[in-house]
Design a protein around this ligand. Structure first.
Ligand code: ADP
Ligand code: MG
Length: 356
């Protein structure tokens, strides 16, 4: 999901204020029975929403919602957006080759995870695909008339792609690019933002919550009445969101990320071009996998892994997910029978059962 443009940000900001006001009207009455408090807004070119049960004493919903919006603003605009020219990431992308660039703690953490997951996924998750993301029209640059690049253009851009061109020094928190690399964190930053919000709510003593940024979730505790939070798996259709299946958090603290080829794509001459780019070919993925859901301990990991599985496809993705013992749900298209085929790992089975 691309991050914000300025004009889009302004309208989202307005909308977030509207949501907050409605949220307070509905939920600010103090009652003895547990209620779900809710607020949300816009961030990273998409929407976020936070639901929490029982405010800790000494906390107001207003303060928590202001803090959360500030936390997401920081991850987005100040740190990881390629849309904001003065973000830490944009400055890093503008830095010269072979120069050491100092990083914030957050950026160090995200880049370390991105490089680890690049390794784990055989290169399927690669934050250096940025030049290709942009050329295919899924980045901050204006759309071009000739949206489909030639093979020669793709080859030229691929020469700048590859996580081996990044040398990260975790101890000194610095990064060196050994080629003209352009980093795109859109496949991991939403998840990281969700984790930051979860850390904050944990630190405030909130014990039951449901956090979402553009489809990436962190869940903890139960809904009122000791009921499990029930995340939905969407039917991979591009009309309106529809529930395809559900699963149960069962009171466990979990992170969930969903990735799909049906939300951010374009069509030309009947061909579907999605925003997940295969770093090997330099082209948008083209296989029958329509959506992937990953349950993991942190949303940043789940987010990046979901993108990686979209790139790998069902066959390779499923084998890797089982090998790593991950909880992953795949939804594939069966064009012959005009239907969807589900496949999930052993680890995911546990969550399909309500536990009651
Ligand atoms: P989804 O919207 O399907 O959940 P994400 O938002 O997590 O997907 O990630 C998709 C974004 O990640 C793309 O818009 C692009 O900016 C970036 N991206 C595309 N391909 C890759 C890849 N192979 N590895 C890492 N990031 C990618
Ligand atoms: Mg992702």
């Amino acid at each position: 999901m691309p991050m914000n443009t300025v004009s889009r940000r302004q309208s989202l900001l307005f909308f977030s204020v509207a949501v907050l006001v409605v949220g307070f009207l509905l939920f600010n009455r103090q009652t003895d029975t547990a209620v779900i408090h809710e607020f949300g807004g816009g961030t990273m070119g998409t929407r976020y929403s936070v639901k929490l049960v029982d405010l800790p004493s000494g906390s107001t919903l207003e303060q928590i919602s202001v803090d959360v919006s500030r936390i997401l603003e920081r991850v987005d605009r100040e740190q990881m957006s390629t849309y904001a020219p003065d973000s830490e990431l944009s400055r890093l992308n503008a830095a010269a080759v072979d120069q050491d660039v100092a990083l914030s703690d957050d950026m160090t953490e995200v880049l370390a995870l991105a490089l680890e997951l690049n390794h784990v996924t055989d290169g399927a998750f690669d934050v250096t695909v940025g030049p290709l993301v942009n050329r295919w029209g899924f980045g901050p640059e204006d759309r071009r008339e000739d949206r489909i690049p030639t093979q020669a253009e793709i080859d030229a851009l691929l020469a700048r792609v590859g996580s081996h061109h990044l040398t990260l020094d975790i101890d000194s928190r610095s990064l060196r690019k050994t080629a003209d690399v352009y980093v795109d964190l859109s496949g991991i930053a939403k998840g990281y933002g969700v984790d930051k919000v979860a850390d904050y709510l944990d630190s405030r003593g909130v014990t039951s919550y449901f956090i979402e940024v553009g489809g990436e979730l962190r869940i903890r505790g139960y809904k009122p009445g000791n009921q499990s939070w029930v995340p939905a798996i969407e039917k991979p259709v591009d009309t309106a969101p529809q529930v395809h299946n559900i699963f149960y958090a069962r009171g466990e603290p979990i992170a969930v990320a969903g990735s799909g080829d049906y939300r951010n794509y374009f069509e030309e001459d009947g061909v579907h071009y999605s925003h997940e780019i295969d770093p090997q070919t330099g082209r948008p993925i083209s296989h029958n996998l329509a959506g992937v859901y990953v349950i993991d301990s942190t949303a940043a990991r789940a987010d990046a892994l979901a993108t990686a599985f979209m790139v790998l496809g069902v066959e390779r993705g499923f084998a890797l997910a089982e090998e790593l013992g991950l909880a992953v749900y795949f939804v594939a298209r069966d064009d012959v029978n005009d239907t969807f085929v589900d496949r999930y790992t052993t680890g995911f089975e546990h969550y399909l059962d309500s536990g009651n």
